[in-house]
Design a protein around this ligand. Sequence first.
Ligand code: UD1
Ligand code: MG
Length: 450
Amino acid sequence: MSTTSVILAAGFGTRMRSKLPKVLHPIGGHPMIWHALQAVKTATGKPPVVVIGHGAEDVREAVGENATFTIQEEQLGTGHALQQAESLLRNKTKYVLVTSADLPLLTSQTFLNLIDEHKKQPGPITLLTAILEDARGFGQVVRGSDGQVQAIVEQAQATPDQLNIRELNVGAYCFDAKWLWDALKRIPISSKGEYYLTDLVGIAVEHGLAVKAQTLSDVSESIGINTRVHLAEAEEALRQRINRDFMLSGVTIVDPKTTYIDAGVSIGQDTTIWPNTLLQGETFIGKECTLGPNTVVRHSKMGAGCRVLASVIEHAVIENNVNIGPFGHLRKGSHLADGVHMGNFGEVKNSHLGPGVKMGHFSYIGDATIGQDVNIGAGTITCNYDGKDKHHTHIEAGAFIGSDTMLVAPIKVGKAARTGAGSVVTKDVPDKTVVAGIPARAIRKLDNSD
Ligand code: UD1
Ligand code: MG
């Protein structure tokens, strides 16, 4: 019965000029609404109610299991949007925390403070305000001569004097549920044909009820997104916040301005990140790694002590002390075990490279299993595709693949076997056997002295 949150996300987002609903535009690697969702969920300890309308099905799919939904069939304004949550919440919660999906920088701590502050107040509304030089289209907070909040006036309706007010409505509120639902019905229709949630302030004051404002100390949290210019500003502010948190937790970021880390990425202590490096999606980096310059790691997991220079890593798992680049590309399903060395211009896809594998120069390894300590000579290619199907290559521990070997899959190279430079291997190679030529033939068996 304590506090339930509502996220308003039904608006059209006209000012974004986009086919994509505004609240799904990505920021920090997640749809915009994800950020509000995480923050209110942490603050209230339970999933929010999300009001959807424009692009409802897409928004519902992006949010998934993390919320309850209510539909606003016609977008008749923020007051009307909140009304759509009444049937789900009436008599079910004591306080209602309301925010918008287009305010992705508000933190769970800010919401917690707002709730705490509201609980101390006798009045039915506590709202979040910010002192800003640029009004950004926000509503102005009008205070009386006694300093008490009197009303919120939207810019389009504000008098010239009111337009000079620097205290602005951020768009997050905590309400007494008992008062809220009936008060919402008293909101008059505006000249634009909308019901403004912000009119609740005037309504409370008219009835002699106190409205309390809590002012944000970090104004960057108030960046609301109505246009793509705002989207870029929010992205930058979020990036600064994420980078700063990592630096304070013991990660060296040589140039934060050119380091782009998505929300939710984790990085171990004493890892160093050089410029122009992007860490995206569900990515986990261990401690004492050196990444970049010019590196992209996306949806991947990396152990400790790895070194990655000017490379692209996607959907891969990398264990400890692995060395990649410059100019390596790990694609989906790559798994590099401890101590793998992958030098210049290597590409690996859907393959497991065992501990200590060396792959120094210009190679493609696709759909392969490579055993421990295999040496892959410069220019080696797994010919995994016959034009119709993909086939597997299996190289067992200790094998030595000569430069420029073509391994025509499906194929198996046995333990400690060797291929000569330039071989085209079309048949399985037994253990401890040297093959060479086109097509490759066995030329000798290795004994223990080799
Ligand atoms: C609103 C506030 C303004 C505040 C600003 C801060 C009102 C009338 N104005 O203006 O005082 O300074 O936010 O961010 O509330 N939405 C719906 N259904 C609708 C209309 C909007 O769900 O019918 C949702 C939108 O998806 C959005 C949020 O409500 O997430 C805010 O709507 P928006 O049109 O962005 O309002 P602002 O003009 O920013
Ligand atoms: Mg807005």
